[in-house]
Design a protein around this ligand. Structure first.
Ligand code: IMP
Ligand code: MG
Length: 181
């Protein structure tokens, strides 16, 4: 499968925005301890970079949610396949995801975490496909608003590929029958 990629955000641009997000988070949580909860697998790279820009004491945890499988179109249901590997009750939880699309993943994850009674719950996403939202869900920190295109890199995959790219790119699809990956 030959795919052309169009780079939308290079490494330097991502780095600058991640640092800005980290500064805002650090100011907002001054005097508190944070529990950063990454949504696997997409958020792994973003969380790693964001965590290093956060200056308040922070623990790192993960949960795993899956909705897309290997397809580029949503399966419609969100499964939390692995719960948070930390006790969240009484903690200031910041959910970290690379991208919000329909909003279903974040909504499902928020619901799950809220059941465990955190002291507070906010979310940060690097990329927001605002036009695609079907589920209303609060997002407190956004890096970039992005168009409705399939994006890869910096944690985002297409059928398991491209997660390790240091930049974020849109996949140019000549033939949409390829889009199931
Ligand atoms: P939502 O539940 O529709 O908001 O989708 C969120 C999840 O879908 C993300 O955590 C990603 O795993 C995946 N996703 C959404 N858009 C893209 C994309 O453009 N490229 C790769 N994965 C995406
Ligand atoms: Mg995926």
């Amino acid at each position: 499968m030959d795919e052309e990629l169009e780079i939308l955000f290079d490494e330097e641009t991502i780095g600058r925005t991640v640092r800005e997000l980290g500064e805002r988070v650090s100011q907002d949580y001054a005097g508190k301890e944070l529990l950063l909860v990454g949504i696997l697998k997409g958020a792994a790279l973003f969380l790693a970079d964001l965590a290093r820009t956060v200056t308040v004491p922070a623990e790192v945890a993960f949960l795993r949610a899956s909705s897309y499988g290997n397809s580029t179109s949503s399966a419609g249901t969100v499964q939390i396949t692995q719960d948070v590997d930390r006790d969240v009750s009484g903690r200031h939880v910041l959910l970290v995801d690379c991208i919000i699309d329909s909003g279903r993943t974040l909504a499902a994850v928020r619901e799950r975490v809220l059941m465990r009674r955190p002291a507070s719950l906010r979310s940060v996403v690097l990329l927001d496909k605002t036009d695609r939202r079907t589920t209303k869900v609060p997002v407190d920190y956004v890096g970039f608003e992005v168009p409705d295109r399939f994006l890869v890199g910096y944690g985002l995959d297409r059928a398991g590929q491209y997660r390790n790219l240091p930049y974020i790119a849109a996949v140019l699809q000549e033939d949409d029958s390829n889009s199931a990956g």
